[in-house]
Unconditional design. Sequence first.
Length: 506
Amino acid sequence: NNRSLPGVFVELNELIMDKNQEMQWKETARWIKFEEDVEEETDRWGKPHVASLSFRSLLELRKTISHGAVLLDLDQKTLPGIAHQVVEQMIISDQIKAEDRANVLRALLLKHRINENLTDFFVPAEKEKALVTSVLRYPDCASRVALDLQKETVSVSGMHRSKSKHELKLLEKIPENAEATVVLVGSVDFLEQPTMAFVRLQEAVELESVLEVPVPVSMNDTYTQKLSVPHGFSVTSPSKRGWIISPLGTNGEFPVWMMFACCLPALLVFILIFMETQITTLIVSKKERMLMKGSGFHLDLLLIVVLGGCSALFGLPWMAAATVRSVTHVNALTVMSKAVAPGDKPRIQEVKEQRVTGLLVAIMVGMSIVIGDLLRQIPLAVLFGIFLYMGVMSLNGIQLTERMMLLLMPPKYHPDHTYVRKVRTLRMHLFTCIQVVCLAALWAVMSTQASLAFPFVLILTIPVKMFLLSRIFTPREIACLDADDAEPKFDERECHDEYSEMHMPV
């Protein structure tokens, strides 16, 4: 009985790049009993025709469906919810990797450009309907959406009269109680193989921003990317390795001598960990903080060496210096002087050094593995803002950062610092540029596969300072530009009294 079968309205959206070099979904074809395509040259709907389908295409379709993600009777009412379930099912079916979750979701929720006013005549007007701002640049995805058509009461607030005529004309072509199917097809660079998903909703929902038909819809049109936290407690790649790895390899493919040969890269890792820790310690215990080394300093140093060496030798999880977090923690414990004379700078009065807050922070970081559901509700924008604030605050007081800002500042606005008063402006900028070049070289090494050699490249900066800079700058200039003290002093000499050397008239 054909009367019991509902009509079908199919819409094809393809992922394209617009004139502004932005990816978006564009309606390129539709099916209302016959197929209609958008002609690229004239940007209008072509003549309805019966499309042909090859047997090879049917075989490819059957193959992709059998290996793809299939969601039947999905209980979702919003497009972000549908897209999220599709992405999770793709990860479960091994079509995409877990690290591609955000990119796929972002592509799915890109805005849709719907050709509302395209008719058989030349009316190339378009209206871009902004969809949810975020998620999927993705190859084959199809979702079935039931559509409740109301021919008599199709009125959307804010729409022009000419558009309503076209939309009403389109509604007249669609059978009553028809079911709509949305097909999304696209190609992206971050996926290596074709993927496919088929979705059938449990209940009919109205998605105005996707379909060409102007059906009113009430949906949450914002998506905030959340923190991605894996479920449970496991290694990075459970499919490749477990908790314990044999020194001879998973299948015994490594020779015995390779265990001893790995001591060299293990030594590089240890030097990297140790230097990162000591650099952080040097930043934290600056001279102006007036911190005193307690009785546990040598014990801490011994633990760092032993734990770092054992972790590097056996491939265990090693200790992270957490530079930004450590510097921010010390800044929070620093008390500045309040009684400051006009024109004078506030100085550090004391540092309430203790280990309670550091221990609590470490415990909370460790307990984060059991509160994954709560962490998944944290927007990434919040974390980016916190880390950006902590990073910028950590740069305060660093002379290199201040001199980099002076490159963009006229000399008459330079602050009253020793390296500004004692060193000429051009030579100060030359020293800053040399430091920036060295920093860029270190950054380039860290960004490549040669990152294990970072400690040796860092050590090479010592002869650069001792032999190269000493030939370009005088010792007085180097003392001003690269001194351990914030305000180096040159005029004071021990046992020197200027009053006794003055010639008094007799």
